[in-house]
Design a protein around this ligand. Structure first.
Ligand code: UD1
Length: 422
């Protein structure tokens, strides 16, 4: 087991580019199941969640090759429609295979995904949508057995009670090869939905309105192979911007999509950071003293992303004054708070609300990554803390960050990955 050793105090400064988006690459790799031929996907980050997705694709019979950041999937050899429990459990978002396998095979057998470290992840919206396409769903021995009984999926109108990202993706995956037209109301509007639709449309799908609340999908009979490049990861952009701001530094991140980080720019400006966007680059410079951020409410896109809540909380622990967080997306996404307290921060949690009273400085600590984004918040706290920080259970961080120690070292951080027993 590896751990990170961070020695705080270095001011981050420099220019970087970021990896492709985890939350895009996963559904797009699943979408290659719908293509009868070879899909070539560029800008794929090296992440354990990507490895897990590839293992499932290979289990299903696809031929997958990887060269650097390019993954090629030939799904013409697919010969199974089940995903065993051990593979389902490797990746939290494996439920998106439901739409991919159903869309391609008309039946799917998946074990029910368990809860996870940021709360239960119910799949009721995924299942009720699948039923609206005319599929039958039963559970046998803890497995979901889903079938269109040889009739194929039928386009339908689906009104989501909540704009779930995964459910929207599953509906799109089910609809592209379904008979007739599907209309999704209250669809998720995250940029990763657009990326999925862009990939599928290049393959010949007819998806209109991705990125808006209403998405229309006209079913087509087949998809042709294409090449696609994954969008830059907006959550990773936010993480490195916040890291730099916490150390009093300045950063230029190149080749991003500025509109994707709109929701995090205003809170950073509220904290006193100077942020400017020029073309596809963003520049951020820290103020002398970070100011409190009065209120952060996580919301579906284009609201403030829940995936940046932990990192922004790390920033407010050293800001002047009191900041308040309301977590509206996941019910127990404050596991990092207990670890942040070890640095000497002052945070109290009451239900979905967390109140952070800024302190002058943090002290290095022995902490663990409680989950992916909570884990990245430990790195950020360690970078600005006095002394040494040791972070264990970093496999959580490796699910979403491609070699963060290398990227942060380019910016001047003192962070090393070491074997836990060393
Ligand atoms: C995706 C992202 C994750 C991000 C989240 C919210 C991926 C791989 N993961 O997760 O990083 O934090 O969006 O932006 O893209 N819900 C239900 N019933 C359902 C489905 C969801 O009640 O059937 C609830 C969930 O419990 C949660 C909320 O809806 O409270 C949001 O979940 P959802 O948007 O589905 O998130 P994911 O797709 O799992």
């Amino acid at each position: 087991m590896n751990k990170f050793i961070v020695t705080g105090g270095n001011r981050l400064d420099g220019e970087i580019t970021v990896q492709g988006a985890k939350n895009s690459v996963l559904p797009i790799l699943v979408a290659t199941l719908l293509v009868n031929g070879e899909s070539v996907i560029h800008n794929c980050p090296c992440l354990s969640d990507v490895d897990a997705t590839i293992r499932i694709l290979e289990y299903l019979g696809c031929m997958v090759t990887r060269e650097g950041h390019t993954i090629t999937v030939d799904s013409s050899t697919i010969n199974r429609y089940d995903v065993p429990d051990n593979l389902m459990r490797e990746m939290r978002s494996s439920i998106v295979f439901l739409g991919g396998i159903m869309g391609r095979m008309g039946k799917a057998v998946l074990s029910t995904p368990g809860g996870c470290e940021i709360g239960l992840r119910p799949i009721d919206l995924h299942l009720s949508s699948m039923e609206q396409f005319g599929a039958n769903i039963t559970t046998e021995n803890g497995c979901l057995v889903c079938s269109s009984d040889g009739k194929g999926l039928q386009g339908t109108r689906i009104i989501l009670s909540f704009p779930s990202v995964g459910a929207t993706e599953n509906i799109i995956l089910s609809a592209v090869l379904a008979k007739g037209t599907t209309i999704i109301s209250n669809a998720a509007r995250e940029p990763e939905i657009n990326d999925l639709a862009d990939f599928l449309n290049k393959c010949g799908a007819r998806i209109y309105g991705a990125g808006e609340s209403t998405i229309t999908i006209e079913g087509v009979s087949a998809l042709k192979p294409c090449e696609h490049s994954i969008i830059p990861d907006r959550i990773v952009v936010a993480t490195y911007m916040i890291a730099t701001m916490m150390t009093g530094g300045k950063i230029c991140i190149k080749d991003i999509v500025p509109s994707h980080i709109g929701p995090i720019i205003q809170p950073l400006r509220d904290a006193g950071c100077i942020i400017s966007v020029s073309g596809r680059n963003v520049m951020a410079a820290a103020p002398n003293h970070l100011k409190r951020i009065r209120m952060i409410r996580t919301m579906p896109h284009p609201g403030f992303p829940t995936d940046v809540q932990a990192q922004m909380m790390a920033l407010t622990t050293i800001a002047d004054g009191t900041s308040v967080f309301v977590e509206n997306i996941f019910e127990s996404r404050y596991k990092h708070v207990g670890e942040l307290l070890r640095f000497g921060s002052k945070i109290s949690v009451e239900g979905r609300m967390a109140v952070v009273e800024g302190v002058k400085s943090l002290n290095g600590a022995k902490v663990k990554a409680t989950d992916l984004r909570g884990g990245s918040a430990m790195i950020l706290a360690g970078l600005c803390a006095e002394g040494k920080t040791e972070i264990t259970e970093i496999h959580h961080i490796d699910r979403g960050y491609d070699e963060p120690e290398k990227v942060l070292s380019i910016l001047g951080a003192d962070i090393k990955r070491v074997n836990k027993d060393e």
